[in-house]
Design a protein around this ligand. Structure first.
Ligand code: GLY
Length: 558
């Protein structure tokens, strides 16, 4: 639903730069969109706390970044409350419908049917985002849910100007969106074309759905009119949702995983995300090296070798702990890491097929979204939210404005099969009714005696390696602007290749890495959209930074 806007160019240009502010003010918010950051400050100005701000930012992102997250998706909110030193992870990850089964994306010949877990209603798992926002607001916030959702409802009703990032992602999914009239009617022009830059996107049905949630809480989405429309629309389009799925959906409060890297406390997402475990395992492997004394190329080689081993364990062991046992203590044990380290040669890369069988093919997206919030007291939220691939399943349940996720693709459709990120999976992450699919989302806190960092990023399987590089940069004494803008490289065990942004390696680096046996592939576009906040606990100063690759906004305000 579009109108043309003319006078908004300055707005987008002015917010597309990396933003860094440092002062003595009260709250810092870094998010992927200026309107989401503004929504957070709007509820802070009404007397809200950082958790209210997190609800407002989550809901606003659902409106202004429909390609990245939304009511039809899931999220992880990592919270810290300073007064009682309380950390918790709200797991709002989607769950497989109760009618799901291991063969649902497999044809009669036993082959995975391409795209069935990515495009359309059968790709959609039961959303956790609405339940998570309601829980976060009601249990941790000071304001009412309606107050926290108000900015998002306003944005959906009055509209906002779509930017270059929005259009870039829309173009990647336009052919699929065209297949679904309910989706095309919202995101495309009446003749099903990509709208012009800075057109105004209004989402009236989405505003109504948000109003239902504002008035009725959880029931506004999982019961009644909206639930009926979701179930009817999804089933008419080939999906398998029932009211029993919506009734059964519950968020889970989980204990975060905690590690220690050279005196830095690392707190991150536990399963159902692989993020925290893979991050901590990688850091534990690297802790055996004095990285700052090594040559640049040896350091990069060792970081890649550590990534290779931790991502290998991801594919072997990780899945939903409500369904499988994960050897968590072993995976984050320092002696286990020492064993893995002993298999690393400084002079040679280990081919991944010597760790496990060969898997080919690889595709990568840059979906999802992240925001970071902290106040001067140390209360904080790191949240990563997703509908999986750009514009999720591309299916909007008619009359709801809710764009459904395609998070079912994060399951392993077949042991050994690969998903849209090229990640190879095992039985631990196979499909089962009511199960959460494995995620890479890594909302993270880093803490020393006098500093606290709050960070995370979108980027599918690359999320963990991005947070790893930022953690190493924090350990090297750098600040948020450096973490979010670092040139990036990534290895995920399979495919056996280092993917890199061109600024990450010089021509000499590339030659030397090849000589060590690495395979290298430059990525066509920069990736990630990291949002970070730093609190200096001694001076109480807050600094925030938003990745210059995106169009986010990082601000510190009273
Ligand atoms: N859908 C991306 C992730 O959860 O890691």
């Amino acid at each position: 639903m579009f109108k043309t806007a003319r006078l908004v160019i300055f707005f987008f240009v002015s917010t597309s730069l990396s933003c860094v502010f440092a002062d003595q003010n009260k709250v810092a918010i870094a998010s992927a969109h200026p309107l989401a950051t503004a929504a957070g400050f709007e509820v802070i100005a009404k007397g809200g706390n950082v958790y209210d701000a997190a609800v407002a930012v989550s809901a606003a992102l659902a409106v202004v970044e429909p390609y990245g997250s939304g009511l039809g998706g899931g999220a992880y909110w990592l919270l810290h409350r300073e007064k009682d030193n309380f950390d918790v992870l709200i797991d709002g990850r989607e769950k497989a419908p109760l009618a799901a089964n291991m063969d649902m994306y497999i044809n009669k010949s036993g082959q995975v049917i391409p795209k069935l877990s990515l495009d359309g209603a059968l790709a959609a798992a039961i959303p956790g985002m609405p339940a998570g926002m309601v829980h976060l607001s009601e249990k941790y916030g000071r304001l009412s849910l309606a107050e926290n959702l108000a900015p998002a409802i306003r944005y959906a009703n009055t509209g906002f100007a779509i930017g270059e990032r929005y259009l870039r992602y829309l173009k990647t999914r336009v052919d699929v969106i065209k297949q679904f009239p309910s989706t095309a009617a919202i995101y495309l022009t009446p003749d099903k074309q990509v709208p012009a830059l800075y057109s105004i996107l209004r989402q009236v049905d989405l505003a109504k759905t948000l109003m239902h949630i504002a008035q009725q809480g959880r029931a506004g989405f999982y019961e009644g009119e909206i639930a009926d429309k979701l179930i009817t629309g999804i089933n008419q389009a080939g999906g398998i949702w029932t009211q029993a799925d919506l009734d059964a959906y519950q968020i889970v409060e989980r204990k975060p995983v905690v590690g220690n890297y050279n005196g830095i406390k690392v707190t991150s997402a536990p399963p159902s995300s692989s993020g925290g475990l893979v991050l901590i395992e990688t850091l534990n492997i690297l802790q055996g090296y004095d990285l700052k004394t090594l040559s640049d190329i040896t350091r990069k080689h060792l970081i890649v070798e550590a990534m290779r081993r931790a991502y290998h364990d991801r594919s072997l062991y990780l899945g939903d702990t409500d369904f499988i046992d994960i050897p968590v203590e072993r995976l984050i044990n320092k002696d286990y890491a020492a064993g893995l380290r002993s298999s690393i040669r400084v002079d040679k890369a280990l081919p991944s097929n010597l760790l496990s069988g060969q898997i080919e093919n690889h595709k990568e997206g840059n979906n999802t979204t992240h925001f970071s919030i902290a106040d001067q007291e140390g209360n904080r939220v790191a949240a990563t939210l997703s509908i999986n691939y750009q514009f999720g399943s591309a299916f909007v349940a008619p009359g709801t404005g809710v764009l459904l996720n395609d998070e079912m693709d994060d399951f392993d459709s077949q042991p050994g099969a690969i998903n849209v990120y090229g990640l190879v999976g095992g039985v631990a992450n196979s499909i089962a009714p009511g199960k959460r699919m494995l995620s890479s989302m890594s909302p993270t806190f880093l803490e020393t005696d006098n500093k606290v960092a709050v960070l995370g990023t979108p980027g599918g399987s690359r999320i963990i390696s991005m947070v790893l590089l930022a953690t190493l940069d924090f350990a090297a004494g750098k600040g948020p602007e450096s973490w979010v803008n670092l040139p990036r490289y990534h290895h995920q065990f399979m495919p056996d290749v280092i993917e890199y942004e061109t600024a990450a390696f010089s021509a000499t680096d590339l030659k030397e890495l090849e000589a060590l046996g690495h395979h290298l592939k430059a990525v066509q576009l920069p990736y990630g959209d990291m949002q970070a906040v730093l609190l200096n606990k001694t001076t109480k100063s807050l600094t925030a930074a938003s990745d210059k690759r995106g169009e986010g906004s990082a601000q510190v305000k009273p």
